[in-house]
Design a protein around this ligand. Structure first.
Ligand code: T3P
Length: 242
């Protein structure tokens, strides 16, 4: 029997500061356009919220992360590099970096490897998993800032219960308190452009939600544990799985 603990760590929003890097470069490139502060960010997809601000800002947002050096130059999130290095040295623990490249592949996959080599060292290149569907990767824990990483089996149940338009409206107006408690857990799992791209209905890992500017307002789910930052008790979360 395999008694080792396998931890999958997401990259953007968990190890690397996608949101901060995006806002900095967007404001440099489009100094006269409106922007969304990190405090006002809602919903996982940056381009969706920019498109709601003004339709043409969706493409302007996309132009930022499709540019050369965007992924390479992201800053590590506070404490992330130290935490990963320490975690990888723990006994009976295997750490992998499980990250989705954008479909515009000219720069992103190369730069993700380069980022790992630069910040974590060449040995970590062995640990990189690039996949657009994390549900087919097996592990004990997936630490990820995306709220809804689910297979279609679970989503089919959810879809029968809530209306996605309602969720979008709630997210925009930030009126969670008016939603009946029993509906919130269902609703919070609706924000998925990619939901039909997940293949495995019952992934082996437990998804631990890493707190980010876009997800910190979502209600605490009864089923989902959170890691607030790398200063939070990540050792306890691993401990609970051994
Ligand atoms: P990761 O799996 O490392 O979190 O979508 C491709 C990658 O870019 C994925 O990386 C998530 C990240 N990303 C965001 O975090 N926000 C966005 O708005 C977009 C478009 C991508």
């Amino acid at each position: 029997p395999n008694t080792r603990l396998r931890v999958l760590l997401d990259m953007d929003g968990v190890l690397a500061d996608f949101e901060g890097g995006f806002l900095k470069k967007y404001r440099e490139r489009y100094p006269n356009e409106p922007y969304i502060s990190l405090e006002e960010r809602r919903g996982f997809w940056v381009s969706t919220q920019y498109g709601e601000l003004r339709a043409d800002l969706c493409d302007k947002a996309i132009s930022i992360w499709e540019s050369k050096n965007f992924f390479m130059e992201l800053e590590p999130l506070p404490g992330s590099v130290e935490a990963v290095k320490e975690m990888a040295k723990m006994k009976n623990t295997d750490v992998f970096i499980c990250t989705s490249p954008i479909k515009h592949y000219a720069h992103c996959p190369y730069e993700k490897y380069a980022w790992v080599e630069r910040h974590l060292g060449p040995d970590f290149l062995e640990k990189v998993i690039l996949t657009r569907d994390k549900t087919i990767v097996s592990g004990d824990i997936l630490v990820d800032d995306k709220p809804d990483i689910l297979g279609p089996g679970q989503l089919a149940i959810i879809e029968r219960n809530v209306n996605s338009a309602l969720y979008q409206k709630i997210l925009r107006q930030n009126v969670w308190s008016s939603v009946h408690k029993s509906n919130r857990d269902w609703i919070m799992q609706q924000d998925s452009d990619q939901k039909h791209e997940s293949v495995e209905p019952n992934p082996s890992w437990e998804h631990v939600l890493f707190t980010a500017c876009h997800n910190k307002h979502l209600p605490v789910s009864t089923t989902q544990r959170r890691l607030l930052s790398w200063a939070d008790n990540w050792r306890d979360i691993l401990e609970g799985k051994c």
